[in-house]
Ligand binder design. Structure first.
Ligand code: ATP
Length: 306
């Protein structure tokens, strides 16, 4: 059975009259990667700070690693690694010196962890280079290495790909996946951009206005945003026959009016056209359709559809 790493119940945090997090109940399982998605100000950072014990909730509870408590215990909090807001790096020090300092602060006895983690995040070769001369991507990766120093079971990363170039996004994605797959780490990773985090996470938590709007798995998200080819012809029966003969496994869906949707052929318009013409079926419509990630996200949070 899946193991619950974190459960919050009706977690609420007010700033004055404003509920930054309102009655949020979430459950995280071991080894899964949770994408926390919401616009700026949706409450992502506040939720992460509450989970990490950096902020105290007004009401609700947090159950960490099975221990029920209104406030998480210090020993349980030590099993969490965090990169929340900007990493606390010392610009005048090298990557290795930052790791060393952080290891001592966290009371981690084995010095070998410093080099091992720098290798893991691809910063082992940075030698005497000072962190202030690092690129944004290098800083983010060092921040992740610092978050990993005490070998956490739950890793919380607040917008780690924000401002990174596509290559940097891919590197963080690979790293996060390997931590979850190879070490069974649970990761909670936030972003204001669903497409950026798409396929990094195994599960998605969509938040807006301090509230949890939707949770869904990657498979469910893919199904919601699947692209398909939509085909129509004057003779719907001949159309369907021609398509099924050419692609028996196409999972064609016939819509009212005889239009056919082909979920696995979104990129094969030309091939479908050739096949139909060869069968003497002339399409009156042939178009790639489906909801984009961005418009799905906006529909969930109640914004304008793209
Ligand atoms: P961002 O990506 O912009 O950080 P977010 O989703 O992480 O957005 P939060 O930082 O959690 O959102 O903020 C949620 C709401 O709470 C916002 O309206 C913010 O202005 C407010 N807020 C957050 N921290 C504080 C604070 N310390 N004092 C007052 N208001 C705060």
């Amino acid at each position: 059975m899946s193991e619950t790493v974190l459960r919050t119940r009706d977690l609420t945090k007010h700033y004055g009259d404003h509920a930054a997090v309102h009655a949020m109940s979430i459950r995280l399982e071991r080894g899964r990667i949770y994408g926390l998605i919401g616009r700026n100000g949706a409450g992502k950072t506040t939720l992460m700070r509450l989970i990490a014990g950096l902020s105290i909730p007004n009401s609700g509870s947090i159950e960490l690693f099975g221990a029920d408590a209104e406030r998480p215990r210090t020993a349980d909090l030590a099993r969490i690694g965090t990169l929340i807001e900007s990493p606390s790096l010392h610009g005048g020090m090298t990557a290795r010196q930052n790791m060393h300092l952080h290891r001592l602060l966290r009371g981690v006895p084995d010095p070998r962890v410093e080099e091992r983690l720098l290798e893991l995040v691809g910063l082992a070769g940075t030698g005497r280079k000072k962190v202030r001369d690092f690129s944004l991507g290098m800083r983010q990766r060092l921040g992740i290495a610092l978050a990993l120093i005490a070998d956490p079971e739950l890793l919380i990363l607040d917008e780690p790909v924000n401002g990174l170039d596509p290559q940097g996004v891919v590197e963080v994605r690979r790293l996060v996946r390997s931590l979850a797959e190879e070490r069974g780490m649970t990761v909670l990773i936030s972003s204001h951009n669903l497409p950026e985090l798409f396929q990094t996470a195994t599960d998605y938590l969509i938040v807006e206005g301090g509230e949890l709007r939707m949770t869904l798995t990657l498979e469910e998200l893919e199904a919601q945003t699947q692209q398909y080819l939509e085909v129509a012809a004057a003779d719907p029966a001949a159309l369907l026959t021609a398509l099924e003969e050419a692609w028996p496994d196409a999972e064609a869906r016939v819509m009212p009016g005889g239009t056919v949707r082909l979920p696995h052929h979104a990129d094969r318009a030309e091939q479908v056209l050739r096949t139909l013409v060869a069968a003497d079926v002339w399409p009156t419509r042939l178009a790639r359709e489906g909801e984009s990630l961005e418009s799905f996200f906006l529909s969930v949070i109640g914004g304008e559809r793209a």
